[in-house]
Design a protein around this ligand. Structure first.
Ligand code: PNW
Length: 461
């Protein structure tokens, strides 16, 4: 409602950023152009059955060839920030060695195009497209990959830091480590549990190495941070097994990243849980100093929250291996097309808990959004009232967290346009702009016009 919108606008601070986000592999296409080599996602998309409908990122939104028109769309929406990621295999094709001039030139042009239109570029250095050659030598479970990431980061930083103020090292290391190396749901599709925990540590180490080196080399004040996908883990009841299950989930999803980043040590309860499973994080002397190098901003990606129980369906509280049960059960909320429950109050609770546990760390919502079954009319327009309502309720949740004391500096919607939704291919649409994959036509949806209006009214108030 208009008055509800007025209330949420009034709850957002002056200078609050409004923007949209994308990532390289999900939109660019042009996978074999200008010296780009395959990433783990190009390889994974060729694994039979890995991606719904056999989709790949080969063409995606063809953004590589349509970049100026796509930037003009952001401008038309009146948004002030565009968060995009740099494809490592474009910039440094073999994962090591010198910069590929033709590859970095694309991002050079993109940054200039954004600046000409008054849009603030926000660079994510790694949104999951590891050069395949680095996976062939072990990938993130191998320590050397962290050093390779820092070297690559410096190539990008040297090329763009004269014009780019805001830098994110990693997007969602939980997804890289757990979906990629534990659950086999994302590239590279491995199911190796101790290796996945090594990946967690080496991702964080790569973040720390890159952060320290970028800070040293910065030509002026820049903001550096990391983006995490985080959620509230609710216990199903106040019973000890349910509370334990939620604690475990929160430890593995949120605190295993934030504690070392902010406090300089892994959480003791998580270390104990892992030890009980016979797993140890491969921490070496000095790693935690690097990982806890100060950051300027925490990127928060929020989609849903979950409820956890410590009881199996048969009532047992340990599995066959003697490990405590921790499994999700429905909150009984409406769901998106991803089957993710819609839990805006979990967003407020999450942001308030981060503000409480990690005080003094400014946050920006670097992704929030939803996939629904879109129905385009003959002109390509989508009246996405469900996605619009998701934005309203989640922006209200952000405003409520701010009211409760959380320091939140901006909101970037996922995503600028429909794109390659990883293992779901093109079937799941998160865009605020419709993409017709036959013609590559772009049409702003109702939700895009809604966010445009909110941003404009907020700025004008
Ligand atoms: C994020 N989960 O991925 C990514 O940053 C985006 O690239 C992606 O398109 C977007 O969210 C929507 O999926 C996630 O299973 C993937 O909890 C999976 C999960 C969370 C985030």
């Amino acid at each position: 409602s208009v008055s509800g919108d007025a209330e949420l606008i009034a709850g957002l601070p002056a200078g609050f950023r409004w923007g949209v986000a994308t990532s390289a592999y999900q939109i660019e296409g042009a996978v074999a152009v200008d010296g780009r080599t395959p990433s783990i996602w190009d390889t994974y998309c060729r694994v039979p059955g890995a991606i719904d409908n056999g989709d790949t990122g080969d063409i995606a939104c063809d953004h590589y060839h349509r970049m100026p028109a796509d930037v003009a769309l952001i401008k038309d929406l009146g948004l002030d920030t565009y968060r995009f990621s740099v494809a490592w295999p474009r910039v440094q094709p073999r994962g090591k060695g010198p910069v590929n001039p033709a590859g970095i030139a694309f991002y050079d042009r993109l940054v200039d195009e954004l600046l000409v239109h008054g849009i603030d570029p926000w660079v994510t250095l790694y949104h999951w497209d590891l050069p395949q050659e680095l996976e062939d030598t072990g990938g993130w479970p191998v320590r050397d990959t962290a050093y390779r990431f820092a070297d690559y980061s410096m190539l990008v930083f040297d090329a763009l830091s004269d014009r780019v103020d805001t830098w994110t090292t990693l997007n969602e290391p939980w997804c890289s480590a757990m979906l990629g190396y534990a659950y086999g749901a994302h590239a590279p599709g491995r199911r190796e549990y101790p290796a996945a925990l090594a990946a967690v540590h080496h991702l964080l180490l790569g973040h720390g190495l890159a952060t320290v080196r970028m800070r040293e080399a910065a030509p002026r004040k820049v903001d550096i941070g990391i983006t995490l996908n985080v959620a509230t883990a609710y216990p199903a009841s106040s019973s000890e097994p349910d509370v334990e299950a939620a604690r475990h989930a929160d430890g593995m999803g949120r605190r295993i990243y934030l504690d070392p980043l902010v406090h300089g040590h892994y959480p003791a309860d998580v270390v104990a849980d892992l030890a009980a499973e016979g797993v140890e994080l491969p921490v070496e002397d000095g790693d935690l100093e690097l990982i806890s190098a100060p950051i300027d901003v925490l990127g928060v990606n929020y989609y849903f929250s979950q409820k956890f129980t410590g009881y199996a369906e048969d009532g047992r509280t340990v599995d066959d291996a003697g490990q405590p049960i921790s499994r999700t059960i429905p909150l009984d909320k409406p769901r998106t097309a991803m089957d993710w429950e819609i839990v805006p109050e979990g967003f407020t609770d999450l942001l308030v808990s981060i503000a409480r546990d990690y005080p003094g760390l400014p946050m920006v919502i670097t992704e929030n959004g939803s996939a629904f079954e879109d129905h385009a009319d003959a002109s390509g327009f989508v009246a996405d009232t469900d996605r619009t309502a998701y934005f309203t309720s989640h922006l209200a949740a952000v405003a409520e967290a701010i009211r409760q004391g959380a320091d939140i500096r901006g909101y970037l919607a996922w995503s600028l346009m429909d794109n390659f939704e990883w293992a779901y291919g093109y079937a799941k649409r998160f865009g605020i702009i419709r993409v017709d994959y036959e013609t590559q036509a772009r049409t702003p949806k109702q939700s895009a016009l809604y966010l445009k209006d909110l941003a404009q009214r907020h700025r004008g108030q």
